[in-house]
Write a new protein. Sequence first.
Length: 270
Amino acid sequence: MPKGELDNVCIMVTRPEHQAEHLCELIEREGGRALRFPVLEILEPEDSGTLLQIVDRLDEFEIAVFISPNAVNKAMNLIKSRRELPPTLKIAAVGKSSAKELRNYLGRDPDIFPKRKFNSEALLAMDELQEVRGRRVVVFRGDGGREYLGDTLRERGAEVVYANAYRRGRPKADVGKLQRAWAHDGIDVITVTSGEGLRNLFDMVGKLAQHWLRRTQLVVVNERLVEVARELGFKHEPVVAGEASDEALVAAIKRWQAARPGASSSKELA
């Protein structure tokens, strides 16, 4: 069997359980070992009444923004079960993954989504969101999500309503398997896609394993996560993927693997 670029590299995947499989497959296709350890779980919102009211009032809005694939799936399934999308409603997505999920529901591309960088800043830079004074915008997101998008649209004169389509929880975890992995074969890389997920991971592993955790290489999806890693005391500068997709994460791991000294030699435990 031919070796891949990640042969013998152990990579912890922290995506929610229902979203981890594709990334794990890509890692294993390159010869790596994927260690599944979800640090977030996606739950129903605590107050679904407000969300239902917003869905029933969609005709009042001119733009609907979907923050994440989870927001797309939770909100669109609810919308489809109750009504048709208003034909005048413009659909916007923050990232490539959200746009991809929206295509599954719309049968077309969303009306507004960035083609290069995939974050709130890139979406806000688009021409369609410059002149929004007096326009009503609904933002589908997870409970307690980042406020930057809505705040900026309000500064531009838009009326913004948040619709919390889901909430994030901390799953029960088998921390023992991480301790065994660090103590025996080692964990080379941890992929992390949100600040909340990284903080959850830090708390979930406990005091004993935090020593190993801080010495493990992180691959993250944006510069904000680099700041969180520094705050938590990680010893290595995180590698930042070009975007939040599984393919970009694997490409970043491969760049790190190719650049590290003695990559082909036996691993040394931290």
